[in-house]
Structure formats: structure tokens, C-alpha cells
Design a protein around this ligand. Structure first.
Ligand code: GCV
Length: 733
């Protein structure tokens, strides 16, 4: 977020005379976050700079496709920024120091290199990056089978230089584990963004197709740099208008800008579109006129956008229309759309996020109950898109039991990069550890080692098509994501979508080096903050497996008392707090949702002695006085966890102070301010939650822990501003 004040400060800094002496690069530049992790600031490490200047003296890129032109542009811009010199483009390798980029199909130089095996491993989108002799000269080779792989390799090389890694023994072969690595924009045609906290939608629908914002290209560059290869442009709560000729022309323009960067566009399909924009009296998927309408619509889309990716559909969920309106199954609905796009090479991503208010059944078990009987009933170009957990992007959930349970149906995973339930723009929560928890979880679907990662990358069940989706956190804010640290989640999502085996530690380290500084003191301090941040949020919002305790609607502040209206949208439905204890019994004595997991996971979760503390209240209703592994009672443990969350944020604030003067002032101050807010709001969460649950436990706050400064009635009376993008209850400060 860039405020007016921030612009003034930036301007003042630009106009100010340079101070005597040369401050480190990270300090001297005025930063507004726009450049993300593609800052290309001069290398300050002189030894490394000398190495790079030797290794990268000129560019040889054979081929002239738009993607190879984009590759050449990126290398030229990046290396000019990093090395301070413009690399001449040459047509042959005549001396040491060439960066040679291309595909064997278009480059005779690349075709002559002994890297056939590496290229085989790189596959369709991967790349080979090697320091090697070319025509008797020392060179750096970026080779791939397709142009987009060359682009990915160029970004990898730039990343290595930005993070000041030696290139001497460079030998990397990298290929994405998942085929479709998509961002899902929940962007509406009026440019509002559902659960967006970074300004308006990037897509200027009114100005398109005639006016093309330069941000579109930068958006595509940023995504390509982390391997994202598709964008669903519109909200899953869909508007059929986007399928009209007027809007398709606009979509086609965006697709043209994104194409050189390997980004394919997709749209959300409103199931009732044949009625809303097609003039039909029904949207029944088995009605021939409906099938014909969609087939015609698909043909029209592919005429405008020949490489259109396909449709994403939210059907019969939260009020969206769908096949069940006509007593048809989800498979019948998905297959009808799949038949429309299939002849053009398109896919349908059908969301598994469905639950019904009419069913008196635990909400978290409904998707599994609905979809597992349909395994094998979908067309081959349908992928089922399930959220990471069975509820709704909570700070912590167990993995979705659908993963592993549908061997005949490719399952995609949907993650939420925008932090609807994790403090939105303000709170620092680095999400890689949360996503890794799910990706690395063992489903035991096919014995030990059947991780969720191996389900979605297709290796476990041999899915021919694979995908992953991240609900985007970007908008028109100058820094794209509403806060400096939210950029890390966009970055981490892309990196994990490419390779889910990467660790949170290495992703965090890379991002810090790219975004803030290579100074080891900065890297060490910021990395520990980031790695601790998710658990801190879990602790002060929903410790021990609690879920959905947020205020109604905006999901920002605490609302454990929320009740009334639709039951499964209330907090009390999930906490089940009463004088006997707290937690949702999902064992055989309760909803038995635990039975949806494969043994031994099922048994581990179902058994009070083996369930991990972190998921205790997700699966069990536990008496307040029950002893925990720590030796504390449940009540004391709960109080302890809420306080641990606050303490971690306090420590994060203190840790951030240690980087003052080591990074640019503006971003230092921005993060400092947000951490101050986060600490106060963590206390708010703690105090409101403890006071509320104390009305059931009737137990005292254990010695040594602070008391809330207001009565429960005060916290219950707080109402956040109606601006759902940035709801803050300033009154508590
Ligand atoms: C797009 C949650 C969110 C909704 C979102 C929905 C979904 O319920 O609060 O804003 O709607 O998930 O994923 O479809």
C-alpha cells in the first residue's frame, strides 16, 4: 500500500543529495515495492561482480519468437541493473563470457551441445542451465525444448546473480512437477476484488481493449519469473457478461500481452450463462440446446483466443447456479462444459468447494461425500479443484480428505494466497510453511509415502493432467499486494507450484535476498521472523485446531461469539464451546468426518492420545480440565497458546528493529508500522477469545499471564469499518 505520505517521502528521498560515502545498495535505492523480487539492483559484492562480469560479457540468443524477445529483454535489463553494463547482443560465440540461450529447434549452437539427456529431463517447460564450453569458449548456456523454458531459465540465472551465487560450476536441470500452475483472480467486472486487500482489480475492463496498461506486462513478467503459467481472470462467483463478444475482445487483448510470458488465460463460467446471455430458458446440462450453446460459445472464444486454457466453475455452492438445479450431478455439469472446450484443447476445473445449508451434516465432510462416488465419472479434460483443507482456508486445517481418495479423477489443489483469514493486508504471515504442511502430509492412500504433493503432481495415481491454483493477492496498489511481506506469498506460491519439494527455509531466504538484501544479518533476522509468523497467527487466532472464529463477513477480527443465521457460517458451530469443554467431535461419537481419512491417519486423528495438539479441537470435544501433553489443563494450554502468539509477534517486532539502516528506510518503516498494528491486533484476538471462552470454562487466567484491559462486552461491541478491504477497529488501541 502506498499512501500519499509514502509518495511524499519517496519524492523527498529522490530529491535529497546523496550522502557522502556509498551506502550499501539495499539502503541507497528508493523503494516502493513495485519491482517485487525483480529489482536488479547493482551487485555490491565486488568479488562476485568481477566473476559475473567475466561470465556474462555478451548475449547470444538465437530465435525471434515473442518469448525469446522477452527473454532477451529481461536478460538485458536485468544484467544492466545488476552488473551496470549493457550486454551486447551477438550472433556467435567468439570469446569467453557468452550467455547462450535458445532451443535445439531454433539454435544450431544449442543443438550441437552434449546436453540431450538434460533436455529430456527438462521436458516441455523445464530448462538446462550450465556453465560449459561452447565452440571452445567458456559460456553460460540456457537451453530448453520450448521457448518458454528458455525464459524460465533466464529468470533462474538472474535469480542466481541477484542472490549472489557463484556461476562457476553451474549445472541445473529443472522441470515443473505440476503442469498447470495458475493464479485464480477473484476479480469482478466492476473491478472490485472479492477478498482482495491490495486495491482494485488489475484488469481495466472499461479501458480495454484499446488501452493496455503497462502493468499487464509487468504482471506477466512477475508470474513467469516464478513459473506461473496461467491466470483465471475472473471471480468464481461468476458474471456471465465476461463471455459476451464485447468482453471476449478485452480478454483476447490481455491474452496477447501475457502470451510471450507463457501465461494462458482462463475464465470462470457461470453455469446459468445460457439463460443470462444466451436467451435460453434453461441451463440444464443434458438439454441439447444448452450443450449446443456452450459448444458455440467455446468455438467463439477459441476464435478470439486460440490458446485459451478453459473454464473454472463454482457450481451449486454458496448460491451459485449449477447442475443440481436440474437434478443433474456435478459430473454431468462438468462433462457438458468439458465436451464444449475439449475439441479445442481446453480443460474444465470444477471446484469441490461445495456444501449445502439444507444438509444437517458437518460441513467439512460434505465435499468428500458428494464427489467420491463420482470418481471416474468425469471426462478426461476435467480436473477437480479442492481447497487445501476441507473447510475454507483457515489458519490451520488438516489436509482435505479428497486428496488420495479419487484415483480416477485428477485433483488440483487450491491455495489462498490472499490472506482472507490470516490478517489480510496488515498481518505478517508467511504461508509457505502452511502450504508445505499440506503438500508433505501423508494421505496413506496407497501406503506410506502417498503425500498430498504426490497426489496433485500426478505421480501417485498417474493423473495425465495436473494443476494447482492460488487465489491471487494482487491488485492496483503500487506494491501489488498491499504489504511488502504479502509479496512473499505470491513468490512462495509460484515456487512451490513449480517444485513442491522446495523447503520454506530456502524460499524465504531467496525472497529476502531478492527483495530486501543479501546482507547475512538481514537474511538471518527476516528469515526467522517469516518462518515463525504463520504459527504466531494460528496461536493468536485459532490455536489447538480451532477454526472459523473470525468476525462475520469480513473475517478480519475476532468473533468467537458469532451465532444466528446460517449455522455453518457461525463461529459457535465450529468451536462447540460449552461448560463441558470445547472442540468439534468429528470421531465416531460425533460427525465421524475422521473416517474420510485413510488408516492409519484416520486412527491417529481419531484417537485422543495420538491426535496432534495442533488439530486437537478440530477432531475432538475436550473437557476444559483435561491434561495436555505439556502437563497443563486444556484451559491453561489455550491461554498459553494465545499468549504465545502475541509474544511471537512482539519478538518479530523487536527482530525487525535489528534491520534498521540495513535496508531502505521506506520499506523498513512500512513493515515496522504494520508489525505495530499486528501486535495490538494479536492482543485483541487473544483478549476477546480468552474472555469469551472463559464464560464456558469458568476457570481463572493462570498465574503469570496478562489480563484483558477491557470486559468482554467491550470486545463484543467493536464493529469494524464497512470497508472490507482494510477493516481495523482503531478503538481498541
Ligand atoms: C469466492 C469463502 C470466501 C468467499 C469465496 C468462497 C469460495 O467462502 O469467504 O469469498 O467466494 O470461499 O471459495 O468460493
Amino acid at each position: 500500500m502506498v499512501t500519499g505520505l509514502k509518495y511524499l517521502t519517496l519524492l523527498a528521498a529522490v530529491l535529497a543529495c546523496s550522502p557522502p560515502g556509498r551506502p550499501p545498495d539495499e539502503v541507497q535505492h528508493v523503494e516502493d515495492g513495485y519491482d517485487l523480487w525483480l529489482r536488479y539492483r547493482p551487485i555490491s559484492n565486488e568479488m562476485r561482480l568481477a566473476e559475473y562480469l567475466d561470465a556474462a560479457a555478451y548475449l547470444v540468443v538465437e530465435g525471434s519468437s515473442p518469448t525469446l524477445r522477452a527473454t532477451r529483454d529481461e536478460l538485458t535489463t536485468g544484467l544492466l541493473g545488476l552488473l551496470g553494463t549493457e550486454l551486447p547482443a551477438e550472433t556467435r560465440v567468439s570469446r569467453d563470457g557468452a550467455i547462450v540461450a535458445g532451443t535445439p529447434g531454433e539454435s544450431a549452437i544449442i543443438a550441437a551441445l552434449p546436453i540431450a539427456e538434460e533436455l529430456r529431463v527438462a521436458g516441455e517447460e523445464g530448462f538446462v542451465l550450465r556453465a560449459m564450453s561452447v565452440a571452445g569458449q567458456q559460456a553460460i548456456v540456457i537451453a530448453a525444448n520450448e521457448d518458454v523454458g528458455v525464459l524460465y531459465g533466464a529468470f533462474e540465472l538472474l535469480r542466481l546473480i541477484q542472490t549472489q551465487r557463484s556461476l562457476r560450476d553451474l549445472a541445473i536441470t529443472s522441470a515443473p512437477r505440476i503442469q498447470r500452475r495458475l493464479l485464480n483472480h477473484w476479480d469482478n467486472l466492476d473491478r472490485s476484488v472479492e477478498r482482495g486487500y491490495a486495491g482494485s482489480s488489475l484488469w481495466e475492463w472499461e479501458a480495454l481493449p484499446d488501452s493496455v496498461s503497462p502493468r499487464y506486462r509487468d504482471y506477466a513478467r512477475a508470474n513467469a519469473s516464478i513459473g506461473i503459467n496461467g491466470s483465471v481472470l475472473t471471480n468464481v462467483n461468476a458474471n456471465a457478461q465476461v463471455l459476451t463478444p464485447e468482453y471476449l475482445a478485452k480478454v483476447a487483448t490481455l491474452a496477447d500481452v501475457f502470451r510471450p510470458y507463457g501465461i494462458t488465460v482462463y475464465l470462470t463460467a457461470r453455469f446459468s450463462a445460457p439463460m443470462e446471455i444466451g436467451g435460453l430458458g434453461t441451463a440444464d446440462p443434458l438439454d441439447p440446446s444448452v450443450q449446443q450453446w456452450w459448444a458455440g460459445k467455446a468455438a467463439e472464444i477459441y476464435r478470439a483466443i486460440p490458446d485459451f486454457g478453459g473454464f473454472l466453475v463454482k457450481a451449486n455452492s454458496e448460491g451459485q447456479p449449477g447442475p443440481q438445479d436440474y437434478d443433474r450431478s456435478h459430473a454431468e455439469g462438468a462433462n457438458m462444459l468439458a465436451d464444449a472446450v475439449g475439441p479445442h484443447g481446453g480443460i474444465v476445473m470444477w471446484r469441490a468447494f461445495v456444501y449445502s445449508n439444507e444438509l444437517p451434516v458437518d460441513r467439512v465432510r460434505q465435499a468428500y461425500d458428494e464427489f467420491t462416488p463420482l470418481d471416474g465419472a468425469f471426462r478426461e479434460n476435467v480436473l477437480l479443484q479442492a481447497k487445501n483443507g476441507p473447510l475454507d482456508f483457515q489458519p490451520r486445517e488438516p489436509f482435505h480428505p479428497l486428496f488420495g481418495a479419487m484415483p480416477e479423477t485428477p485433483l488440483m489443489m487450491e491455495l489462498q494466497v490472499t490472506k482472507e483469514y490470516l490478517g489480510q493486508d496488515t498481518h505478517l504471515a508467511f504461508l509457505a510453511p502452511m502450504w508445505k504442511e499440506v503438500l508433505d502430509a501423508d494421505t496413506y492412500a496407497d501406503g506410506e509415502g502417498s503425500t498430498v504433493g504426490s497426489v496433485i503432481d500426478g505421480t501417485l495415481h498417474g493423473y495425465p493432467r495436473t494443476g494447482i491454483a492460488g487465489v491471487a493477492n494482487v491488485g492496483t496498489d503500487r506494491d501489488w499486494t498491499g504489504s511488502d511481506f504479502n509479496q512473499a506469498n505470491w513468490y512462495a506460491y509460484g515456487r512451490l507450484a513449480w517444485d513442491h519439494a522446495l523447503s520454506s527455509e530456502e524460499i524465504a531466504e531467496q525472497w529476502i535476498r531478492l527483495t530486501f538484501s543479501n546482507d547475512s544479518a538481514v537474511v538471518a533476522a527476516v528469515q526467522v521472523m517469516m518462518l515463525a509468523s504463520h504459527e504466531a497467527v494460528v496461536n493468536y487466532m485459532t490455536p489447538l485446531g480451532l477454526a472459523h472464529q473470525m468476525a462475520r463477513g469480513h473475517h478480519y477480527g475476532p468473533g468467537p461469539w458469532v451465532e444466528g443465521g446460517r449455522a455453518d457460517w457461525t463461529s459457535v458451530y465450529y468451536s462447540r464451546a460449552d461448560s463441558g469443554g470445547i472442540g468439534f467431535d468429528r470421531t465416531a461419537t460425533g460427525s465421524n468426518a475422521v473416517a474420510q481419512y485413510f488408516p492409519p491417519v484416520r486412527d491417529r486423528f481419531a484417537d485422543r492420545d495420538s491426535v496432534p495438539d495442533d488439530l486437537l479441537l478440530w477432531f475432538h470435544h475436550v473437557p476444559w480440565t483435561e491434561p495436555m501433553r505439556s502437563g497443563r489443563t486444556l484451559w491453561d494450554e489455550l491461554v498459553h497458546r494465545y499468549n504465545a502468539g502475541v509474544d511471537t509477534v512482539r519478538w518479530m517486532r523487536a527482530t525487525w528493529e535489528t534491520v534498521e539502516g540495513k535496508i531502505d528506510e521506506q520499506r523498513f518503516l512500512d513493515v515496522q508500522a504494520f508489525l505495530r498494528i499486528q501486535e495490538k491486533e494479536a492482543e485483541w484476538w487473544r483478549d476477546a477469545s480468552i474472555l469469551y471462552f472463559q464464560t464456558f470454562s469458568d476457570m481463572p487466567i493462570p498465574a503469570g499471564y496478562p489480563r484483558a484491559s477491557h470486559p468482554l462486552s467491550f470486545y463484543r461491541s467493536l464493529s469494524c469499518p464497512p470497508d472490507t478491504r482494510k477493516p481495523r477497529c482503531e478503538a481498541i488501541y
